[in-house]
Ligand binder design. Structure first.
Ligand SMILES: Cc1cc2nc3c(=O)[nH]c(=O)nc-3n(C[C@H](O)[C@H](O)[C@H](O)COP(=O)(O)OP(=O)(O)OC[C@H]3O[C@@H](n4cnc5c(N)ncnc54)[C@H](O)[C@@H]3O)c2cc1C
Ligand code: SF4
Ligand code: SF4
Length: 611
């Protein structure tokens, strides 16, 4: 079937889209940052085809084709979300939207920019820089796509001052499954439906974003406090004092302890802390007066370091490789009670947690509870994974709602939306996507393989009693399942393959990816191939050859979220592959000459020199 579909799509779109059907390349599109070992058993996670449309016209032809054929479509930005939102659930087509990344129109006077939604936030900010204009709020995954953030969270850096992403957008263009394209203004009631609904209703093609003048200064201040309780009292006081911070972030003591471990120095005090960023001197001065006597202000260089680190929130913590997290939006007034209850529960399970929170308005905090596990130890990992829904359920008791839904939070959809909204959304889905081709079998309800027997467990009525039972059993299992940690790792490559969190930060700066547009040359996917190679899985020569398309420029190393020694790993990986398949001299020559003649590459080199 894939072969005929491929031929028909190629006939429809010609050069206006890339159609990818290689086995390994399709496999790269079967996952997001979440490590869920059993996903493949529940769903057909590997798409039949991956299509990268380059124009709205091509996308329209593909979407219409899929609608006529009732073929599932899975829109994908940078795949930096972790709840299965981009993961295929049935045989179908992944729409890689990364080539729909044009900056359509800048209106300097009005301070707005219209962009296609495949554009990354980091590229957009680079474009705006010479115009002395800047983004308002942005996610700490600066490398993710505008469309991905519209479709998922919408809270991040600067949300305290500027609010949710939908408050920063004037209008969007959406393509419905019928292929119809509609411009929707922020004042229309349909507008809000596309935020946080994870591509269920349509593909967001472009957005007009509100901007602002580039601030002259960033004035971050870190203040140490004695406990989470003191920190949230401080935050509430700060909010009531009506100062104008751009961003407020809470970090618990474990977070600062991990940073000390990472830096190899005891630079930060072992206390809870709040990072507050201002842009006006006067406001920052008022803040220092406010903070006086309430806590201890850290040295400026430490505050500045943490402000820079806002774009690297997932640096490796502890000695286990796999992070697991629970994210909730919760009333500020209840945050501490929730954290205390969560800590008691996690302690009983033998798990050390680390907490960070963006304050996303006067009343709400986006809490992220992270702990480390090891995907190489299945029993431990599964036990640790099952803590996430227990923590989510606990958060509901304190008025929290899950941040994202994807596949894995589907049992909590009734908690994220009230009955009226959910009814409206279900009816709208039926109206705009009657064949259920967009991101099916997730978000509203999970449907799995095996006559959907495992899927039944995801129904809220069944899932909740299961969670209640797990909450009593997991503490016993958790203690028994502590990881053995006896993994032998000789080379740098062996040491780092499991530490890659697949965030994709590196792909945003990789010149090899820029000129080839191939997922398999991105650092995260080279590490995925290395993982397979080290596990003794078969690798084809075609896939091996792609690994050599690399300039060893070290850009990936510079932005790696986990500070992995990537270039040393590339040298080792190339040696391993060369001994098995030989080096692809001709492909390397072609790659170098493509690079030399690529305008994008030279623009990239020019921009990289400015950093
Ligand atoms: C290091 C790190 C930091 C992060 N920080 C934040 C943060 O500060 N705030 C936050 O909210 N999240 C954060 N995240 C999570 C994630 O990066 C964001 O949700 C991000 O906005 C997703 O963008 P993406 O391009 O990767 O989307 P993807 O993961 O590719 O897609 C996410 C969902 O959106 C759908 N989708 C994608 N593009 C479109 C489109 N054009 N039209 C319709 N549907 C579409 C997909 O089908 C999927 O359901 C972070 C993740 C990491 C790894
Ligand atoms: S070293 Fe290789 S993989 Fe890393 S950014 Fe440069 S070209 Fe890409
Ligand atoms: S190599 Fe580093 S930056 Fe790239 S996906 Fe892995 S952890 Fe993220």
């Amino acid at each position: 079937m894939a072969e005929t579909v491929k031929t028909r799509i190629e006939e429809l779109v010609g050069d206006e889209a890339r159609v990818i059907d290689g086995d390994f390349e399709r496999e790269l599109y079967s996952m997001d940052i979440g490590e869920v070992p059993f996903a493949k058993r529940l769903f057909d996670t590997t798409p039949e085809l991956v299509i990268m449309p380059k124009s709205v016209d091509a996308l329209k032809k593909i979407v219409r084709f899929a609608n006529d054929e009732k073929a599932a479509l899975f829109p994908r930005g940078s795949a930096s979300s972790g709840l299965g939102g981009v993961v295929p659930t049935v045989k179908g087509i992944v729409l890689d939207l990364s080539s729909m990344n044009k900056i359509v129109e800048l209106n300097s006077e009005k301070e707005t920019v219209k962009v296609q939604t495949g554009v990354r936030w980091s590229d957009l900010e680079d474009f705006l820089c010479p115009e002395t204009l800047s983004l308002r709020a942005y996610p700490s995954s600066f490398f993710s796509s505008v469309g991905g953030w519209i479709a998922t969270g919408g809270y991040g850096i600067g949300s305290y001052r500027f609010g949710h992403l939908k408050d920063q957008i004037e209008s969007i263009d959406v393509m419905f499954p019928s292929g119809e394209v509609k411009a929707i203004e922020s004042k229309e009631k349909e507008f809000a439906r596309f935020f946080g609904t994870e591509g269920q209703f349509g593909i967001v093609l472009s957005a007009v974003l509100k901007l602002r003048k580039t601030p002259e200064k960033a004035l971050p201040h870190l203040i140490y406090l004695e406990s989470a309780e003191d920190a949230f009292v401080f935050i509430t006081g700060l909010i009531n004092a009506e100062l104008k911070p751009n961003h407020i972030k809470y970090m618990d003591v474990s977070h600062l302890e991990e940073i000390n471990t990472f830096l190899g120095e005891d630079l930060f005090r072992l206390k809870d802390a709040v990072l507050v960023e201002f842009e006006e001197e006067e406001e920052a001065t008022k803040f220092c007066e406010f903070a006086e006597g309430r806590g201890i202000l850290a040295d400026d260089y430490l505050s500045n370091y943490l402000w820079h680190e806002r774009l690297f929130p997932m640096k490796k913590r502890g000695n286990m490789p796999t992070p697991l997290a629970c994210e909730m939006v919760i009333p500020i007034a209840n945050a501490v009670s929730y954290l205390k209850a969560a800590e008691i529960f996690l302690k009983r399970c033998g798990v050390d947690v680390e907490v960070e929170s963006h304050i996303v308005g006067k009343d709400h905090a986006l809490l992220m509870l992270t702990y480390m596990s090891d995907v190489r130890e299945p029993r431990t990992y599964l036990t640790h994974m099952s803590l996430i829904p227990v923590l989510t359920r606990l958060g509901l008791k304190f008025g929290g709602v899950p941040y994202g839904i994807g596949i894995w939070n589907t049992p909590f959809i009734n908690d994220k939306y009230d009955t009226k909204t959910l009814e409206l959304y279900r009816a709208y889905k039926k109206e705009v996507d009657p064949h259920n081709i967009l991101n099916p079998n997730k978000f509203f309800a999970v449907k799995t393989k095996m006559a959907n027997i495992p899927g039944i467990m995801f129904k809220p009525r069944i899932f909740r009693p299961l969670i209640r039972i797990s909450a009593t059993v997991i503490p016993i299992l958790g203690k028994l399942a502590s990881p053995k940690g006896d993994h032998k790792e000789e080379s740098v490559l062996e040491k780092i393959v499991y530490s890659c969190i697949k965030c994709g930060s590196c792909a945003a700066v990789c010149p090899a990816y820029l000129v080839t547009n191939e997922e398999s040359v991105t650092p995260k996917n080279k590490l995925y191939l290395a993982k397979k190679l080290l596990a003794g899985d078969a690798i084809s020569k075609i896939d091996s050859d792609k690994i050599f398309l690399c300039t060893h420029c070290e850009m990936c190393r510079a932005v790696c979220q986990n500070d992995l020694d990537l270039v040393t790993a590339w040298t080792e990986l190339e040696k391993l592959l060369e001994s098995e398949f030989g080096a692809p001299e001709e492909a390397i020559r072609d790659f170098v000459s493509t690079m030399e003649s690529s305008e994008d590459y030279w623009r990239f080199v020019y921009n990289a020199q400015k950093i």
